[in-house]
Ligand binder design. Sequence first.
Ligand SMILES: NC(=O)c1ccc[n+]([C@@H]2O[C@H](COP(=O)([O-])OP(=O)(O)OC[C@H]3O[C@@H](n4cnc5c(N)ncnc54)[C@H](O)[C@@H]3O)[C@@H](O)[C@H]2O)c1
Length: 247
Amino acid sequence: MRLEDRVIVVTGGAGTIGRQVCLLLADEGASVAVTDVSADPLEELLEELRKSQGAAWGRPADVTSLEDFSAFASQTRRELGPIDALVNVAGSFAIVDFVDSDPDQWEAMLSANLLTAMVGCRVVLPEMLEAGAGSIVNFASTAGEYGSIRPSAAYAAAKAGVIGFTKSLAREVSPRGVRVNAISPGPIDTPALQAQSEEQRAVAASRTLLGRMGTPRDIAQGVAYLASDESSFVTGTVLQVNGGSLL
Ligand SMILES: NC(=O)c1ccc[n+]([C@@H]2O[C@H](COP(=O)([O-])OP(=O)(O)OC[C@H]3O[C@@H](n4cnc5c(N)ncnc54)[C@H](O)[C@@H]3O)[C@@H](O)[C@H]2O)c1
């Protein structure tokens, strides 16, 4: 129950990893406010969350829209109280050969992966700065650290942007009590990887020192650490949860 009495907002919570993040945070006692653009999986998740320890509420919102997400955050404060932590899971991945890509495709990738992090932070930070406390967890990727193995340059550029953004924002706001970190998942057993051939999956697993792909729960554990006081001296960092695949 290391997150008892905490109000935590999770964006992109209805996706594969976001779902496990929400369930673990709720198991640890947090009150979870969850949003996603995908309405049906969000409703299913909320039903499950309501059976857990903490309070939970949510509704669809588009986190690329400052107006939409501001309204969501205001409603969260009314439903659950002041926001203690924000977890920006929202993102999107696409395989596109660079020579087939165009500015619209780049804009969509940057929007889903980088603008969502910006909007999330922009909306919750004034309240956190006033309180002199708060924890923000952005979602990067190994693709943003050392380039994408599959052709997805726009995704890698967006995730590299998330890392630069996270470190810069930490420099700006951590002296006023708000911690800002990123988590960088390696290959995780999610539909994006399940769509690959058996051989490609084996190669992905063999690139890790631990010889397996990660699970959404592995990522959720990292998020819970960064959101909790266990990481009270940690800011501006990128927590690599990748089975050692970057060594
Ligand atoms: N799956 C992996 O192996 C892996 C590896 C590295 C990083 N990541 C990152 O982890 C995060 C979660 O990945 P996942 O595999 O669970 O993906 P996912 O597609 O299952 O989940 C992402 C969720 O974000 C939501 N979303 C997208 N744009 C949104 C917006 N504008 N507003 C609100 N919600 C929005 C989607 O509807 C979806 O439910 C992503 O940021 C992804 O880039 C995943």
